[in-house]
Design a protein around this ligand. Structure first.
Ligand code: SF4
Length: 388
């Protein structure tokens, strides 16, 4: 039976799906704005959402079209060697789709994200904009620098909003976001099963919705989904258990196309998936909550931008073992320099462990078709033959 046959009750999934379908102008975001709540856009997983939430704002993760589309507006401003994720985000911004934003916060995580911030500030102006310098290392000095950046963001928000962000508010936001992380872990742990009750495409829909819904409603919906999945039994086995790694991926159709030809996508190493929710904020005894937030964000399951890559590979291999992955599909958006430059190293690491890798060059929003699917099909058949 193909992985595509896994069924999840539409009633709960539909709540996530509706949020994603209407995004960026999701009704819940517009309603929050209409009630007078500030809406702050953020780009990249090195921006601490808890801080925006503790400031009383609704944090919304900036993403692009979750499908292949015309990017001519974005392309007109970006030089050609920037990734289609950044161009797609800008395209939506230029078209006024994020017109409700009161603020835009970015991290200098890669050049494309950094340039996205510059272009956004110039051509899609918002009342508050802020970019954080994010170190690439884990040294003591890097942590000090990053904590300084988080404090600077806090001061900027306080100055803009005219209100202090208290430790109490930060503690509350940490608990709320940690709850999401633990619910997402619970959901993803179900995918360790031989026949998981949820497939990779739906799991991606859920994590997409995390950055697009008020966190309180997201947690409530996810609790409902977990209740529904409890004991529902899995029905999809697939030809091979697959991990998807690489650049930003928001399009569930890409995952669905892999699952539609028999790949069972059981885990990922994506900033829109596992890397987003894997690590909680752990507050030490008598530790200021802001320091704990800063430590968590710099030490989080790393992006390929971080140096050295060893920690990312270590965690990726842990996932391979925990989820009994047969093969890894790495999808690299063209001109995504962090992931494309890290790819030869990843190839070596996986080869040493005997884990097959299929490396695909894609555009952001691609749904997986034609040549890509032919290559995936051949990869799945090879993995299936290895299993016998
Ligand atoms: S990490 Fe890659 S996909 Fe993400 S913004 Fe940077 S270049 Fe684009």
């Amino acid at each position: 039976m193909s992985a595509d046959s896994i069924q999840v009750s539409p009633s709960v999934m539909e709540r996530f799906r509706e949020t994603n379908r209407t995004f960026p102008k999701s009704p819940e975001i517009l309603a929050a704005r209409a009630r007078g709540q500030k809406v702050m856009g953020w780009v990249c997983t090195y921006v601490p959402e808890e801080l925006l939430h503790a400031a009383g704002a609704l944090p919304v993760r900036i993403s692009g079209y979750a499908r292949e589309t015309d990017l001519s507006d974005g392309t007109a401003y970006f030089y050609v060697n920037n990734c289609s994720f950044a161009r797609s985000c800008l395209q939506l911004g230029l078209r006024g789709e994020y017109g409700y934003l009161d603020g835009f916060v970015a991290g200098s995580t890669c050049d494309a994200a950094r340039r996205l911030f510059d272009l956004w500030r110039n051509y899609v102006p918002v009342p508050f904009s802020h970019v954080m310098s994010v170190p690439r290392k884990y040294t003591v000095r890097a942590h000090e620098l990053y904590l300084g950046q988080v404090m600077e963001l806090m001061r900027g928000l306080e100055g803009h909003l005219g209100a202090a962000i208290t430790d109490e508010a930060l503690t509350h936001s940490i608990a709320l976001y940690n709850e999401s992380r633990s619910l997402l872990r619970e959901l993803n742990d179900l995918r360790k099963q031989g026949e998981p009750p949820i497939d990779g495409a739906r799991a991606l829909e859920v994590s997409n919705a995390a950055g697009r819904m008020p966190r309180e409603s997201f947690n409530e919906c996810l609790r409902d989904l977990l209740r529904e999945l409890e004991g529902s039994g899995g029905r999809g086995r697939g030809k091979a258990r697959i991990m998807i790694a690489g650049s930003a991926l928001n399009n569930p159709e890409f995952v669905q196309s892999v699952e539609g030809i028999g790949g069972l996508v059981v885990t990922d190493e994506l900033c829109t998936g596992t890397r987003y929710w894997a690590d909680p904020v752990a507050v030490g005894e008598n530790e200021p909550p802001l320091a704990a937030i800063a430590r968590r964000y710099l030490n989080n399951f790393p992006c390929a931008r971080m140096y050295p890559s060893a920690e990312r590979f270590r965690r990726l291999l842990d996932l391979v073992r925990e989820f009994r992955v047969d093969g890894v599909i790495s999808q690299t958006i063209r001109y995504c320099s962090p992931y494309s430059n890290d790819l030869p190293l990843l190839e070596e690491v996986l080869a040493r462990q005997g884990v097959p890798l299929l490396s695909l060059d894609v555009e952001y929003g691609a749904s997986g078709s034609g040549q890509v699917l032919t290559r995936v099909q051949a990869f799945l058949e090879m993995l299936e033959a290895r299993r016998r």
